[in-house]
Design a protein around this ligand. Structure first.
Ligand code: FAD
Length: 454
C-alpha cells in the first residue's frame, strides 16, 4: 500500500485534468494545502512545508471520477478538501500530489421532512437555510457552520451545536447515506446506507471521495440565546449540568467558560465581568420559563439575552463555543493552544480537581453533549503553551485520571477521536483505495502495515 512520492510534471498534469478547473499558482496551492492545525504549535512545526502540487476543483461527479482515474493511473496522492477548517491537519497533504477541492459541488439535491440529500461541498449554513423553509434544521453543526462543508464535517468533524440534544455524528441514526467514489483502476460510485455509512464516516478523507450525503434533520425551533454568569466556577458547571439533564427542556447549546476565558470574547466583554464564569445557552423559546426558574435556583445572573426573532442579527453566541473559543483566545494571545477531551461520566470531582490543579495554565471550557444516551462533558481547554514536554505532561495527567484526550497535536487518526481503526473501516479502505493514494501517512495502522496485508 505504500506509494513512492515523486516530482510531478505540472504541464502534463494540467493537460491530464483538461476540462476540470485547476490551480497551479504556488501561493494559492500552498494556501489550499492548509487547515487550522495552526492552533497547535507542534503540528505547525511538523506540517510546515507540506504542500500539494496542484489543486483540482471538480464541479460534478463525472469530474470527480475523471480526477480519481488520473490519480490512479499516475499513482498520484490525492487529498480531499472541503473548506479546510479541520484542526488536526486532516486535509494537509503529507506527500504532496493533488488537492481535490470539493467546494464547487454545492447542490442541495432534495429535502423532505426529516432528511436532506446534498452534494459534499455544500456549506452547513446554506443547507440549513434551505431545510428551514420546510420547518427542519440540522441536528448538529460545528461552530464553523458558516464556512464548513457537509462532506468535511462528516469526514473530519465529531459534533457540536445540537449535540446536547442529538449526540455525536458517529451515533447510530445521525447519518443516513453516503455516496463515495473509489480510487480503483476503474473508479466506481458506491452508495453506503444504514450502518454501512460507518465504513466512511469520520475517515479523514482516506476511505473514498464523498460526493453526496443524506442527512437526517431535526424539527426547527425558534432559538433564544443567553449568557448567565456565576461567581463560582463549579456553580456554573452544576447549572449547565442541570439544564443538560432536564429532558423536558429543548436546548441546542450549553457551554461553560471559566474566568478569564470570556475576557477573550472582545465583543461580549460588556456582558461578563473579569472575575465571572459564564454559561452560554441556546434554548428553544418554549423552554425559557423553565430556564428562568433554574437560573434563580442556581443563583445565576442573566447578562445577555437575544430573542429568537433576532436570531439572524448581531452576535451569534454559537460562534464563541466549541473551537471558536480557541480561535478568539488566539486572536489576543497566539501562545494559547488547546486540548480536546471528554471527562468521564459523573465527572464533577474530576473537573473540580483539574480546575484547581492547573489554575490559569489550563483554562476550562466545557461543553455538554449526549453520548451513548448519557450527558457527557467534552472540554476544549485553553492551554498556555510552554513546551512540547509540558503539554505532554498535561495530557498524561488528564489521561491518568480517566479524561479521554483526542490529541489535537497529532495528525494521526488513531490519536484523535478514534483510537483504533475498526476492521470494517480497514477492509473498506483496501477496497476503495487499493493503491493507498488517499492522503497517505494519516493512519498509523496503515503506516505499519497492520491489517492491510503487507
Ligand atoms: P476540511 O477541513 O476541508 O476537511 C476535513 C477532513 O475531511 C479532511 O480529512 C478531508 O480530507 C476530509 N474531507 C473533506 N471533504 C471530503 C469529501 N468530500 N470526501 C471525503 N473526505 C473529505 N469540528 C466539530 O466537529 N465541531 C465543532 O464545533 C468544531 N468547531 C470548530 C471551530 C473552529 C474555529 C475550527 C477552526 C474548527 C472547528 N471544527 C469543529 C473542525 C472543523 O471546522 C469541522 O470538522 C468542519 O466540519 C470541517 O469541515 P471542512 O469543510 O472545513 O472540512
Amino acid at each position: 500500500m505504500t506509494i513512492t512520492p515523486r516530482s510531478l510534471d505540472l504541464d502534463m498534469l494540467t493537460q491530464a485534468f483538461a476540462g476540470i478547473e485547476t490551480i497551479t499558482d504556488h501561493t494559492q496551492v500552498a494556501k489550499l494545502s492548509q487547515d487550522y492545525h495552526t492552533f497547535s504549535p507542534i503540528l505547525t512545526a511538523k506540517l510546515a512545508g507540506k504542500v500539494g502540487d496542484i489543486v483540482v476543483r471538480p464541479s460534478n461527479e463525472a469530474e470527480v471520477i475523471q480526477a480519481a482515474k488520473i490519480c490512479v493511473q499516475q499513482r498520484i496522492p490525492l487529498t480531499v478538501r472541503g473548506a479546510g477548517t479541520g484542526n488536526y491537519g486532516q486535509c494537509v497533504p503529507l506527500q504532496g500530489g493533488v488537492i481535490l477541492d470539493m467546494t464547487k459541488m454545492t447542490r442541495i439535491l432534495w429535502t423532505k421532512p426529516g432528511v436532506v440529500r446534498v452534494e459534499a461541498g455544500a456549506k452547513l449554513a446554506a443547507i440549513e437555510k434551505k431545510t428551514q423553509e420546510i420547518g427542519w434544521e440540522l441536528r448538529m453543526a460545528p461552530s464553523t457552520y458558516r464556512t464548513a462543508t457537509i462532506g468535511g464535517f462528516i469526514a473530519g468533524g465529531s459534533g457540536g451545536i445540537g449535540s446536547i440534544q442529538y449526540g455525536l455524528l458517529g451515533d447510530r441514526g445521525n447519518l443516513s447515506a453516503l455516496k463515495v467514489i473509489t480510487l480503483e483502476d476503474e473508479p466506481r460510485t458506491i452508495e453506503l446506507r444504514g450502518q454501512d455509512v460507518q465504513k466512511a464516516n469520520h475517515a479523514w478523507g482516506i476511505n473514498g471521495i464523498i460526493t453526496e450525503l443524506e442527512i437526517p434533520l431535526a424539527p426547527a425551533y425558534p432559538w433564544a440565546e443567553m449568557i448567565v454568569t456565576f461567581a463560582d466556577f463549579l456553580g456554573a458547571v452544576r447549572f449547565g449540568q442541570a439544564i443538560a439533564l432536564a429532558d423536558g427542556m429543548i436546548k441546542r447549546e450549553i457551554a461553560v467558560f471559566a474566568a478569564p476565558i470570556p475576557q477573550y470574547f472582545h465583543a461580549l466583554q460588556q456582558y461578563i465581568s473579569p472575575e465571572s464564569h459564564a454559561v452560554f445557552l441556546i434554548v428553544a423559546e418554549s423552554s425559557l420559563e423553565a430556564l428562568s426558574a433554574l437560573i434563580t435556583e442556581h443563583h445565576g445572573k442573566i447578562t445577555y439575552e437575544k430573542p429568537a426573532k433576532e436570531a439572524g442579527k448581531g452576535l451569534h453566541l454559537a460562534e464563541y463555543t466549541w473551537n471558536h473559543t480557541t480561535l478568539h483566545a488566539r486572536t489576543t494571545d497566539t501562545n494559547i493552544t488547546y486540548l480536546q477531551s471528554i471527562f468521564p461520566g459523573d465527572n464533577l470531582q474530576t473537573i473540580e480537581h483539574m480546575y484547581h490543579h492547573f489554575g490559569d495554565e489550563v483554562m476550562l471550557h466545557l461543553e455538554f453533549i449526549r453520548a451513548g444516551g448519557m450527558v457527557a462533558n467534552p472540554a476544549l481547554q485553553l492551554v498556555r503553551y510552554s513546551s512540547e514536554e509540558r503539554l505532554g505532561e498535561i495530557i498524561r495527567y488528564h489521561e491518568e485520571r480517566g479524561v479521554f484526550i483526542a490529541n489535537p497535536h497529532s495528525y494521526f487518526i488513531e490519536e484523535g477521536w478514534k483510537r483504533a481503526i475498526a476492521p470494517e473501516h480497514l477492509k473498506f479502505k483496501q477496497q476503495v483505495d487499493p493503491y493507498g493514494l488517499m492522503n497517505p501517512g494519516k493512519s498509523k495502522t496503515l503506516l505499519i502495515g497492520v491489517g492491510n496485508g503487507e
